[in-house]
Design a protein around this ligand. Structure first.
Ligand SMILES: Nc1ncnc2c1ncn2[C@@H]1O[C@H](COP(=O)(O)OP(=O)(O)O)[C@@H](O)[C@H]1O
Ligand SMILES: [Mg+2]
Length: 363
């Protein structure tokens, strides 16, 4: 385990009676790309602001590289923050914007020149150093904001929805660049986003937040493949939820059917009601009575009918009505294997299946 860059110890933040951050306990490693992911209002920005020193925890403490920081003012913390509204100085050129903080700190001129050049190189803006912000695209402005933070050589960079103002395509491109920059400079990133795809694609670990608390914290694969509760399963991707009763031998009864659930573990006594979640992309659908095409022999299967179909370009999203009145969503990816004559009809009877190991048990 790498050294600890940040420790957040049982931190609570109240504004009057309102609990914005609720007993959060996190440890972030040196050089980690760590994301705080959650819906608007869940306490992400407040958590970042406490790390930066703009807010003081009501309870608990924060340590940066092992040192408690409650008495350290923001400008003396070795952290920098990049905001979504990256207010640039419109009257200064790119170089002036990036150099601004160093000049104010009276860093020697030669050093400023080298450090600004390095920072601009890093964000691929060397050729635009003389441009004014209003001559730049949204993505370039964002890079200036990033260079302005990196030039301070902070140990930790705090990023609050930094790509929120960019359109989707540019955002995806900047995600890749940001991640590459983070790898290159090796500093710890704490990245706030409400975009689950963004968090999944960039992070070493993700803390999923809900109502001020951390619902789950782990690597992207873990929070996606093994969400620990309904909120996480629903916020990161779509999940189908099925109610079931635990029976002996690691089996769960769902309606008429009983299935062995490898993810069940030992912690669930017989008779307990559990929720089973299944991702739409794990659900296979075949026409009823025909040759099995997608459904595989070791899948758990039920019968149902197509209730609706949404064409997505990369595939179809099917809503399936089950015999017991329940519903499932299946995401059918278009692939080279798809037959040209295949057309789902509303009301068509189908067989629906998924592998037992794709059942996620929620607490
Ligand atoms: N200074 C403040 N005074 C009162 N309430 C605040 C203050 N700052 C944040 N809040 C509230 O705390 C909650 C969490 O806010 P915030 O951390 O900004 O959420 P997020 O960044 O996840 O959208 C929100 O309900 C917000 O209205
Ligand atoms: Mg916020």
């Amino acid at each position: 385990m790498a050294e600890e860059a940040i420790r957040i110890e049982n931190v609570t933040k109240r504004f009057g009676d309102f609990v914005a951050v609720d007993d959060v306990d996190l440890s972030i490693a040196q050089g980690e790309f760590f994301s705080l992911l959650g819906p608007s209002g869940c306490g992400k920005t407040t958590t970042l602001r406490m790390l930066a020193g703009f807010e003081v925890p009501t309870a608990g403490r924060i340590l940066l590289e092992g040192e408690p920081v409650e008495k350290v003012p923001p400008h003396q913390r070795n952290v920098n923050m990049v905001f979504q509204s990256y207010a640039l100085f419109e009257h200064l050129d790119v170089e002036g914007n990036v150099a601004f903080g160093l000049k104010r700190k009276k860093v020697p001129k030669d050093e400023i020149r080298t450090r600004v050049a390095d920072a601009l190189e890093l964000v691929d803006l060397s050729s635009r150093s003389a441009a004014r912000p209003n001559e730049l695209s949204g993505g370039q402005r964002q890079r200036v904001a990033l260079a302005r933070a990196l030039v301070n050589q902070p140990r930790v960079l705090l990023l609050d929805e930094p790509l929120g103002a960019l359109d989707l395509k540019l955002r995806r491109q900047m995600q890749i660049e940001l991640k590459a920059i983070q790898r290159e400079v090796g500093i710890t990133f704490v990245y706030v986003t409400h975009d689950q795809e963004e968090a999944l694609s960039m992070s070493d670990r993700i803390a999923v937040m809900s109502d001020g608390r951390v619902a789950q914290c782990g690597p992207p694969e873990e929070v996606y493949e093994h969400p620990n509760e309904e909120f996480v399963a629903g916020f990161i991707g779509i999940s189908n939820l099925l109610e079931g009763r635990v029976e002996s031998g690691g089996r769960v009864r769902i309606g008429e059917d009983c299935l062995a659930v490898p993810d069940l573990g030992d912690g669930h006594p017989e008779g307990e009601m559990v929720q089973i979640a299944v991702r739409p992309e794990k659900v296979a659908v075949d026409e009823l009575g025909g040759e099995p095409y997608r459904i595989e022999p070791d899948m758990f299967t039920v019968e149902g009918e197509i209730e609706s179909k949404v064409y997505l370009g990369v595939g179809n999203q099917l809503t399936l009505k089950l015999g017991n009145g329940g519903r499932l969503v299946a995401l059918e990816q278009a692939t080279y294997r798809m037959r040209a004559d295949e057309q789902w009809e509303i009301g068509q009877r189908v067989r629906i299946g998924w592998h037992p190991e794709h059942c996620m048990v929620l607490s």
